[in-house]
Design a protein around this ligand. Structure first.
Ligand code: FUL
Length: 486
């Protein structure tokens, strides 16, 4: 009997202990999101950081930017075209998506469309049997790179342009060709440029967008007004120093010059997640011209800081030449650009430091401590302050191995739960060295003065929509940054 009692008591104790243990170990949940949120495809797009644009077509051979539409297909003969070389260039530059102008404003099609003969079919290139889109798709696939397509709405060649139903049918037919025939397409570019050759031409955007989504479920649609990616409002590759991924789509329209400032900064009250893409060319023009050279490394870095470093994606155009190759000078510059980015951001001085924060959600064991900003996950592990921490929310990096030398500070928000930070400041050993507004996926601060002997860096969140959530923080040294020489 005593034995039985003993057995029962041990069992009861064990159960009580298990219950107590499971209570103690209850995991703290993530905070509620703040809407709007990015879609899966938008998040993937954001993490690409740099996308390559390829402007190529009859303009390449006529030394022009906007073709008239009267060009003879016989001028298109890129005898040495090698899409493998384009894709290698992209891979070396760390690019995971390449967008080709399948048709520019001149109406010439780089693929053998069934619906027009103003295309590669009538060109001498490969005796009319070539298909540039196909070549790019194959080369990109071999290297694990995704593709995107640009199909100009404005068409200066096709006779149907200006007759609404006919042209929209033609345009939709071409969309079906491109999005059915070439496998997965990750971005489609609807350019807002529209000339005066048919002022009353209206584009059936709703039909186009619906068709695109029907044919490609993970694609992002770019236009001045989205619906997935918005134009940044300029072609210099510069976002606003305040840049929200949120905006009100109802205030946007395609080809409307009066909204460029709104596009540049976004809207903290916006009800749509519509991040900005910064398009700019490595050269002056979008198409290749013998007389032009690539931008200097310092200019490309300036663009990088003002696009990727301001919560955007950089869409950098690298135009193939008349041979059908990307010029060596451009390849060389891209190599320098990638190597500079890797040099600057390859090492994070904060990794060797200790972290402190004003508070943390769920206390010490809640899983939302400041150390989360040092791991390699830049979305789903993050520092979250406690709900009660409303006054001064900060995170601090403390040197443990001697003083720190840096001139760039990187801050990233956990945008999977919404973009939140409105205003922030940075202090080094108690002195304010930088201040800013939005953070978003990535904010890069290049300091006016290099910090050579620091022991602590504090990021203070002054204002935010709900709790600020930081997913990554970095202290970097940029040897190419000379503020006084700019
Ligand atoms: C503009 C076009 O007119 C340019 O030719 C170029 O394609 C650029 C990316 O978009 O609107």
């Amino acid at each position: 009997m005593a034995k039985l009692w003993c057995f029962v008591c041990v069992n009861i104790l064990f159960t009580v202990f298990q219950i107590a243990k499971s209570k103690k170990e209850q995991v703290t949940t993530p905070p509620l999101p703040i809407l709007p949120l990015p879609s899966y495809s938008q998040l993937k797009w954001q993490q690409r950081e740099i996308i390559m644009f390829l402007h190529f077509g009859v303009n390449t051979f006529t030394d022009s930017e906007w073709g008239t539409g009267d060009e003879s297909p016989s001028i298109f003969n890129p005898a040495g075209l090698n899409a493998g070389q384009w894709a290698d260039t992209a891979a070396q530059a760390g690019v995971s998506l390449m967008i080709l102008t399948a048709k520019h404003h001149d109406g010439f099609c780089l693929w053998p469309s069934k619906y027009t003969d103003h295309s590669v079919i009538r060109s001498p290139w490969k005796n009319g049997h070539g298909d540039v889109v196909h070549e790019l798709v194959d080369a990109a696939k071999d290297r694990g790179i995704d593709i995107g397509l640009y199909l100009s709405p404005w068409d200066r060649h096709d006779r149907r342009y200006g007759r609404n139903v006919e042209y929209n049918e033609y345009y939709l037919a071409q969309l079906q060709e491109l999005l059915n025939k070439y496998g997965s397409v990750q971005e489609i570019w609807f350019d807002g440029a529209k000339g005066s050759n048919a002022p009353n031409m209206s584009y059936y955007f709703s039909d186009w967008f619906a068709m695109v989504k029907e044919l490609q479920s993970t694609i992002n649609i770019f236009s001045d007004a989205g619906p997935d990616v918005r134009w940044v409002g300029d072609e210099q590759g510069f976002a606003g120093s305040t840049c929200w991924s949120t905006i009100n789509r109802t205030s946007l329209s395609i080809g409307n010059g009066s909204i460029v400032n709104y596009l540049n900064t976004g809207d903290p009250k916006g009800t749509d997640w519509l991040p900005a893409e910064c398009d700019v060319s490595i050269r002056t023009g979008w198409f290749w011209h013998k007389s032009q050279a690539p931008k200097k490394l310092s200019e490309l870095l300036e663009i990088y800081y003002n696009s990727v470093g301001r919560n955007c994606v950089l869409l950098l155009n690298v135009p193939p030449n008349t041979t059908g190759l990307i010029s060596e000078t451009d390849i060389q510059r891209l190599r320098e650009f990638r190597s500079a980015i890797d040099t600057i951001f390859g090492a994070n001085l904060a990794e060797k430091c200790s972290m402190k924060a004003s508070s943390q959600r769920g206390g010490k064991s809640g899983g939302f401590g400041p150390e989360n900003v040092l791991d390699s996950d830049h979305l789903w592990t993050y520092w979250a302050p406690s709900d009660k921490d409303e006054e001064s929310r900060w995170i601090e990096i403390r040197a443990t191995n001697g003083p720190l030398r840096f001139n760039v500070i990187r801050i990233q928000e956990a945008i999977g739960l919404g973009q939140r930070i409105k205003r922030h400041e940075i202090y080094v050993d108690g002195d304010r060295v930088a201040s800013g507004t939005t953070v978003g996926y990535k904010k890069l601060h290049r300091l006016e003065k290099e910090v050579i002997h620091a022991y602590s860096v504090r990021i203070l969140i002054k204002e935010s929509r709900g709790l600020p959530l930081l997913s990554s923080v970095g202290l970097h040294f940029d040897p190419f940054w000379h503020p006084n020489q700019q």
